[in-house]
Design a protein around this ligand. Structure first.
Ligand code: ZN
Length: 501
């Protein structure tokens, strides 16, 4: 074999081994949230810590550095595939070798401590208990960025970590334009929709809910031979390739909650199942393109597809058949409105599509100010209230419904929130591109046929792995730069027609 080629194959084998170990840790993490006995937490913590050390050792092995150097050196013949794999391998190797072990350990310990401190502070509605944790987390974040050579722009470092290539200035430009166009639209829809209504769907057993959501997720393309669904407190999706684990949760009188959580997580799972893992697992080509693209896949199925009229033409009779006596006491139009209900709520995870993005813009603005030094941790609750008033028209009465609501910062996950909103933008842009190629998509859905859209996503997004960053991927697939306009158009078309006549 040509020396470049054999070095490359050796690197691929090595990267696959790292991913194999990481997937074992993922599985333990999944099990922790789904199955762990009450007193098993400490033992699981030890297992995960031991495994993390092994993974760190393998990821930072000097041989990897040698292979990367050989393959990057003059005279090495590189194909496009090799270039993509190498770029990600270099990124991961630098991260593994530049962060000192003592720092990684400190950060992991602090994440666990931070989670418990946050949970206690949230339960008590006491931000003062949480503030020192946040200060420490921001300090750790700055140190991490410095180790990786980004002390000039720590917040950019975290955006780039979640979404390769993303910067605060790029996000800021997109969000400013979105805010300008979305705010007036959101205000008129919220005013027209009126106060939130309780779910009209009552009396559906957990068993019936489960059977319905399994039917829905299998039909849209989640392959249950290569994945499964279980129950956890907070829905999530983990795993990859031929073993994808997703979860949902059941609320007795809100079957739409379990259903849409499951569709969302199935969207993540369908993406993971569509990555070219058999050849490229562990490398950039077998890896998702970043959190924004990941989120675009969950949102596209959850929103553009599963909140459409076509989708419900097929599934409404199936849902009704599950009710005792065969019919719920709710009309078709009321059901469709319940599925597409809009109301401003202080809690991000309970909010609808129209208001959701403003929750993200709020967090992005605060994160930027925290990292620029413009805002001290002690000023967060007041800054949060002010932005909630300005963006969502809400008076936040308790920090539990404000700054204490999200888990992310407690574990040091900064620069993560923007991915949700970027994902919504990407989903809309992909959706209109797909629709321009197949205008009859909703008629497919009305027949319960999702195969064209699935295949389109498989070819254009899933099969590409992390060959390109999110901005490049969007440009290549849609021919346009990423823009908030398709999202605004989608929200106007769906919710404007429903609420503004
Ligand atoms: Zn998601």
């Amino acid at each position: 074999m040509h020396p470049t080629k054999s070095a490359f194959e050796e690197l691929v084998v090595h990267l696959r081994r790292v991913q194999t170990l990481e997937s074992a840790a993922d599985l333990l993490g999944w099990d922790e949230q789904v199955n762990l006995p009450e007193l098993g937490a400490a033992q699981r913590g030890e297992q995960l810590a031991a495994l993390a050390e092994v993974i760190h050792g393998v990821s930072s092995a000097p041989r990897t550095g040698e292979l990367i150097a050989v393959l990057s050196g003059a005279g090495a013949e590189q194909t496009d595939d090799m270039r993509a794999v190498l770029a990600q391998a270099r990124r991961d190797y630098e991260r593994a070798t530049r962060l000192p072990v003592h720092f990684v350990r400190e950060k992991a310990t602090q994440a666990s401590h931070g989670y418990h401190a946050w949970a206690a502070a949230r339960a008590a509605g006491d931000f003062g208990k949480y503030a020192p944790v946040l200060e420490k987390n921001i300090d750790l974040a700055r140190r991490e960025a410095a180790y990786l050579g980004r002390s000039d722009a720590p917040y950019d470092h975290f955006l780039d970590y979640n979404d390769p290539g993303m910067t605060a200035s790029a996000v800021s430009r997109l969000f400013t334009e979105l805010k300008r166009d979305l705010l007036p639209l959101m205000r008129s829809i919220v005013a027209a929709a009126g106060p939130a209504q309780p779910s009209p769907l009552k009396g559906l057993t957990e068993e019936a809910q489960k059977s319905f959501l399994s039917d829905v997720t299998a039909r849209i393309g989640f392959d249950y031979r290569r994945g499964r669904i279980d129950v956890s407190l907070h829905p999530f999706c983990s795993g990859s390739g031929d073993d994808v684990r997703m979860t949902t949760r059941f609320k007795k009188d809100e079957p739409l909650d379990a259903l849409f959580s499951a569709i969302h997580e199935a969207g993540h799972g369908i993406y993971e199942q569509g990555l070219p893992a058999s050849r490229w697992r562990g490398t950039a080509l077998g890896m998702h393109a970043g959190m924004a693209v990941h989120e675009s896949q969950s949102r596209l199925w959850e929103n553009q597809v599963a909140r459409s009229r076509g989708f419900w033409r097929f599934f409404e009779p199936r849902l009704r058949a599950l009710f005792p006596g065969g019919a719920a006491e709710v009309g078709s139009e009321d059901l469709y409105r319940a599925i597409n209900a809009v109301a401003a709520t202080p809690i991000r995870v309970e909010s609808d599509e129209v208001t959701y993005n403003l929750h993200i813009i709020l967090r992005f603005e605060l994160e930027q100010r925290l990292f620029s030094g413009d805002l001290a941790v002690g000023g967060l609750p007041a800054a949060w209230r002010e932005l909630a008033r300005e963006l969502l028209g809400l008076e936040i009465s308790s920090d539990r419904e404000g700054v204490l609501q999200d888990v992310h910062w407690s574990g040091g996950a900064f620069g993560y929130f923007p991915s949700y909103c970027l994902g919504n933008m990407i989903a809309s842009q992909l959706w209109y591109r797909a629709l321009s190629q197949r205008p009859a998509l909703e008629e497919d859905f009305a027949r319960g046929d999702f195969s064209w859209l699935l295949q389109w996503l498989r070819e254009n997004v899933h099969a590409q792995g992390r060959r390109w960053d999110a901005l490049t991927l969007v440009k290549r697939v849609t021919g346009e730069d990423l823009s908030p306009q398709p999202l605004v158009r989608y929200l106007r078309e769906r919710y404007g027609s429903l609420y503004l006549g």
